[in-house]
Design a protein around this ligand. Structure first.
Ligand SMILES: C[S@@+](CC[C@H](N)C(=O)[O-])C[C@H]1O[C@@H](n2cnc3c(N)ncnc32)[C@H](O)[C@@H]1O
Length: 309
């Protein structure tokens, strides 16, 4: 593996700034001055995440094997959430920086793992990663992401910019290792949400537009990564039905309210919101339930990738 100095000299930093300014002028990257650090609304709370989706950072054995953290590694965790997985990665690495758009979740991470000295926390809407002053060219050995890229890549207009930002902040030879929702992810609940919105008078076009997700196929992801300059080393798409919690605030209802918050926001009354949540839960009741014990499974599809700079 080739090595890049972690601290750039003053002259090369000046050169990089010049290069960046020229790229900004040519519209190749998002200008740094236009970078909103925080999303307009924080849909995430730590308690809702713990009640509805505690399995997300736990079902990660394979992707952590793919990441294979080394004690010399500097790693950026893109969409780190409350940082429970980030902290595990930090136990085996030199330094880990957690970036997430949710100030609530970053605060939860900071308060739980604030004393871990090789871990840092950053609130950033990663759709604007490329133009962010928080990341430097060639700063990291690896960029890691679990269950966050399908949110971060939601807007077709900023997708390539995010991937270029990841590419820029990796050192030559560095790896982008991620797991995200892939084509067909949670199609059950996705379809039920769209239909329930239409039943409340929202047009199908508007309902589709509110979707906060991008679930790419392996081919689409490969094409986008290659366009950003990466070489895909390994990739896998798999159907992984995932058991929902039986927590009071969790289960399918908690999941829909947390993960589907942006769909629900398009409705203008509490009654309509409740009606959509109810319809989704009613429609999916028998589809998702395992009769033998009443447990419920959502149709998660995971896309795992290792891409090299
Ligand atoms: C399902 S959680 C996964 C969190 C964490 N990686 C884990 O494994 O527990 C998805 C995360 O993506 C973050 N996210 C969504 N959109 C984002 C954006 N535009 N920029 C940064 N983070 C974002 C959310 O705030 C949330 O923490």
């Amino acid at each position: 593996m080739s090595e890049m100095p972690l601290v750039t000299s003053a002259r090369s930093a000046e050169h990089e700034t010049d290069k960046q300014t020229k790229q900004e002028e040519r519209g190749l990257i998002t200008p740094r001055t236009n970078t909103p650090a925080v999303q307009s609304k924080d849909h995430w709370t730590h308690s809702a995440y713990k009640a509805s989706a505690p399995f997300v950072p736990l079902l990660t054995q394979e992707i952590i094997q793919w990441l294979d953290p080394q004690t010399t590694d500097t790693i950026l965790d893109l969409g780190c959430g409350d940082g429970s997985l980030t902290a595990k990665v930090a136990e085996r690495s030199a330094r880990v920086a957690g970036f997430d758009a949710s100030a609530n979740l970053i605060e939860a991470g900071r308060s739980t793992y604030g004393s871990v000295s090789n871990l840092s926390w950053h609130v950033l809407d990663c759709r604007y990663l490329e133009g962010s002053e928080e990341i430097k060219e060639g700063e990291y050995d690896k960029v890691f992401s679990n269950a966050a890229l399908h949110w971060i890549l939601r807007d077709a207009s900023s997708r390539m910019s995010v991937l270029r930002g990841v590419y820029r902040t990796l050192r030559p030879g560095g790896e982008f290792v991620f797991e995200m929702g892939g084509a067909g992810n949670c199609a059950d609940v996705h379809a039920a949400l769209l239909a329930a919105l239409v039943h409340q008078g929202i047009s199908i076009e508007k309902a589709r537009e509110t979707s906060p997700w991008c679930f790419p196929s392996e081919l689409l992801m490969k094409n986008m990564l290659e366009e950003a300059g990466f070489r895909v080393q390994r990739s896998k798409l798999e159907y992984r039905p995932t058991e929902l919690t039986s927590e009071k605030e969790g289960g399918l209802e908690g999941w829909v309210k947390l993960m589907g918050a942006q769909f629900l926001e398009v409705l203008d009354t509490e009654d309509k919101t409740e009606a959509v949540v109810r319809e989704v839960c009613d429609v999916l009741q028998t589809i998702l339930t395992h009769e033998e014990d009443g447990s419920m499974y959502l149709g998660y599809v995971r896309l795992k990738v290792i891409a090299r700079k």
